[in-house]
Design a protein around this ligand. Structure first.
Ligand code: 5GP
Length: 272
């Protein structure tokens, strides 16, 4: 059910991990996959970009990547305008599951890795799921202006969104996805008004209650407290630009990914 992938997305996947099939794909084959590109044009473009004939996409150096990215963006048009998308929603709605799904299935999406003071859970990898830091390091990062936003979540640990990787990605035309809490989403909108805020909704209120109270191991008082929090959080949905209902993880993930690429008008596309 996925749309056909654009060459630029294939290239971004290759560059996020050169060991992927995308990474070992030859530049020539990538360019040949673009509608309207034949052998003669491909050779001319590779010549112009200074890329040797046998080069693989994952094997390109930084300058060649830059050149190829710029060329693909021009070719594939305004459709690749980069964008910052923030995914938020009430506790237990499943935004962590949706972002994990995107991490696994859409490697071309740059999913921002937050810093946190909470300890890693089993299976969590430093630098991939979070940067696990101590309080001192977190304080230092605040002082040095490293964060786009940061917050204390659930009255417990601190979480922050590192700014430099996001700015670098947007500069090179890559879209970025942040999965953060509500206060974080508000702070990002303030700092970057052009960010697109997405609110993930449960299919029904009953479903959210079921997920929140879960195994039923919490006391009635704790359950009541969680439901109260959920009501307050749901009330924030109108502050958001887009709402997505989480009926199914794969579908919700796809809807989020589609928001990351801004559709352009046909006339804005480069013809050749
Ligand atoms: P968890 O500890 O379960 O991974 O995440 C707890 C909560 O922290 C989730 O609601 C998640 O969205 C939020 N969170 C994760 N990273 C950040 C961040 O960088 N900033 C903010 N404000 N919230 C975050």
């Amino acid at each position: 059910h996925r749309r056909e992938r654009r060459a630029i997305d294939v290239a971004e996947t290759a560059w996020s991990d050169p060991a992927t099939p995308e990474g070992t794909l030859r530049v020539r084959e990538l360019l040949m996959s673009i509608p309207g590109m034949g052998p003669t044009r491909v050779s001319r473009v590779m010549d112009e970009l200074g890329i040797a004939d046998a080069k693989r996409v994952g094997g390109l150096g930084a300058r060649q990547r830059e050149k190829l990215r710029a060329w693909l963006q021009a070719r594939e048009g305004a459709r690749t305008r980069s964008r910052l998308v923030v995914l938020a929603g009430p506790t237990a709605v499943g935004k962590g599951t949706v972002s994990a799904y995107i991490r696994e299935n859409y490697p071309e999406v740059l999913l921002s890795v937050s810093a946190t003071t909470r300890p890693p859970r089993p299976g969590e990898v430093d630098g991939r799921h979070y940067y696990f830091v101590d309080d001192e390091t977190f304080d230092r990062m605040i002082e040095q202006g490293e964060f786009l936003e940061y917050a204390t979540v659930h009255n417990a640990s601190r979480y922050g969104t590192p700014r430099p990787p996001i700015e670098a990605a947007l500069k090179t035309g890559r879209s970025v996805l942040l999965e953060i809490d509500l206060q974080g989403a508000r702070a990002v909108k303030k700092a970057m008004p052009e960010a697109l805020l997405v609110f993930l909704l449960p299919p029904t209120w009953e479903e959210l209650v079921r997920r929140l109270t879960g195994r039923g191991t919490e006391s009635p008082a704790e359950q009541a407290r969680r439901l109260e929090t959920a009501k307050v959080e749901l009330a924030a949905q109108d502050e958001f630009d887009v709402k997505i209902v989480n009926h199914d993880v794969g579908r919700a993930a796809q809807e989020v990914v589609e928001l990351l690429t801004v559709p352009g008008t046909p006339s804005a596309r480069t013809r050749s």
